[in-house]
Design a protein around this ligand. Structure first.
Ligand SMILES: Cc1cc2nc3c(=O)[nH]c(=O)nc-3n(C[C@H](O)[C@H](O)[C@H](O)COP(=O)(O)OP(=O)(O)OC[C@H]3O[C@@H](n4cnc5c(N)ncnc54)[C@H](O)[C@@H]3O)c2cc1C
Length: 435
């Protein structure tokens, strides 16, 4: 049984069904019926891709796997059983012989006053759809307003956290909002929408190759993004954001991209963790529980290429770990022998929108249209489905103006920052759509 159908869980199910060739029952528990290709989420928020393009059907792409829709809330390790709640609120329990935990991560919170109430994260589909609508609505309301202060606040967007998520959100957001403002009669002669990107670190993309940081910094500044390093948020209010240097930024939009933390299910297991990630050995097995495996963002996997460290939370690692976990599950059932997880980082790609990207495939730094082409080519190859549709959306975006309509299906309260399931919108009363 596999819990979580992200990069690690999807790849684990796919590999395991190839290895088992019908000799095992593979059950995949996930709250929704698709694998979310998270790296292209900023393109959904910017209106380049329609949401279903990056939602790859699990049933169509994993024919040898039984999908159970639900959110696990408890694992009884002694009884070998996972208890879950399905999307209609029914409770269920699934027994297992082998368990692979691949529940990923959720938004990271910091104890900053007002942030939980006024900021939105960027980890799941509802948040991307909300942001697309929200940006569109702010531009429309600003265009209709006679009050210069209100117009300015509504066209000011603050992104906190300049890792790859925040950098991509700001890079795409500034282009998207500028396009919307140009189409809006009330704004087309006014100043361009303003985007701020803040980080406490001294450069963009901290933790990645410095050459990528320089490229991203140059591209963002050339688009007018106000990049502020060594800066953090002291307080968030309904009217704006107070920075730690005392400046108050009037804004209705605070996008919180300060990172992620492992899914809270890990904590509930009562097993040893490392910074919230479930401790596993180099075979991705949980020590003392030979029938339990874990990988991806939720697990602290020893990085054999950097002794003493654990692998970073990236799709690149999660996908490859899912494959190794499948081999080791099969080995534990007598098929093949166990493999240690080892993978040398192949570099990183940061999509900056337009014809810009910052990338270092195989650690060769590239930028500009070449990097953008390589980045898009990589995403197409890495996606397990929907490739033609994604490519078609990219083509249409290159030749047609972007759609500037908001559907308004998600409200601010339906995508709270502090949620255990950013993949599910909240319903009135505070429950998630699954309860
Ligand atoms: C905007 C953004 C851009 C990114 N870009 C890149 C990039 O360019 N390159 C890169 O390498 N990495 C990138 N990442 C990081 C990458 O997406 C993650 O490292 C990767 O998704 C981790 O894979 P995973 O399988 O561990 O978890 P996930 O892909 O998050 O999947 C976890 C799955 O488990 C499900 N789940 C959670 N809790 C439960 C539960 N209790 N019961 C059942 N199911 C559950 C979730 O619904 C989800 O389907 C990006 C992340 C973000 C947010």
């Amino acid at each position: 049984m596999i819990v979580g159908a992200g990069f690690a869980g999807f790849e684990c199910a796919r590999t395991l069904s190839r290895l088992a060739r019908g000799a095992a029952e593979i059950v995949l528990l996930n709250p929704h019926d698709y694998f979310l290709y998270v790296p292209l989420l900023p393109e959904v928020a910017a209106g380049i891709l329609e949401p279903r393009r990056i939602a790859v059907s699990l049933t169509r792409n994993l024919p040898g796997t039984r999908l159970v829709l639900g959110q696990a809330h408890d694992v009884d390790l002694d009884a070998r059983q996972v208890r879950y709640t399905d999307p209609e609120g029914e409770k269920g329990a699934l027994p297992y012989d082998r368990l692979v935990l691949t529940v990923g991560s959720v938004n990271k919170l910091l104890p900053v006053p007002g942030v939980a109430e006024h900021a939105h994260g960027f980890r799941g589909m509802p948040e991307a759809l909300y942001l697309r609508d929200h940006v569109t609505r702010q531009i429309e309301l600003a265009g209709a307003s006679e009050d210069p202060a209100e117009r300015s606040a509504r066209t000011t967007f603050v992104v906190v956290g300049a890792g790859y998520t925040g950098t991509e959100v700001a890079a795409h957001g500034v282009l998207f909002s500028a396009g919307l403002a140009r189409q809006n009669a009330g704004l087309k002669d006014g100043p361009r929408p303003r985007w701020l990107l803040l980080d406490v670190a001294d450069r963009l993309l901290p933790g990645l190759d410095e050459r990528l940081s320089h490229t991203a910094d140059r591209v963002l500044r050339s688009r007018g993004v106000d990049v502020r390093t060594r800066t953090s948020v002291k307080e968030a209010t309904a009217d704006g954001v107070l920075l730690d240097d005392g400046e108050f930024i009037h804004s209705r939009s605070l996008i919180w991209c300060v990172g992620v933390r492992p899914d809270p299910l890990v904590d509930s297991l009562g097993l040893p963790t490392d910074k919230g990630r479930l401790c596993v050995d180099k075979f991705l097995g949980v020590p003392g529980r030979p029938e339990v495996f874990a990988c991806g963002d939720a697990a602290a996997v020893p990085d054999l290429t950097r002794p003493g460290e654990v692998t970073p939370m990236t799709a690149q690692h999660a996908q490859r770990q899912g494959k190794v976990a499948a081999h080791n599950v099969a080995a534990s059932c007598g098929r093949g022998s166990p493999r240690a997880y080892q993978h040398h980082d192949l570099g990183f790609m940061v999509d900056l929108g337009g014809s810009q990207a910052a990338a270092n495939p195989l650690h060769l730094p590239i930028s500009g249209p070449l990097a953008a082409a390589v980045t898009r080519g990589y995403h197409l190859m890495a996606m397990p489905g929907n490739r033609v549709r994604v490519a078609a959306d990219w083509f249409l975006d290159a030749v047609l103006p972007r759609s500037g309509v908001q559907l308004g299906l998600l409200n601010s309260w339906s995508v709270p920052l502090d949620t255990e399931a950013p993949e599910l919108p909240r319903l009135p009363g505070g429950e998630t759509a699954r309860t």
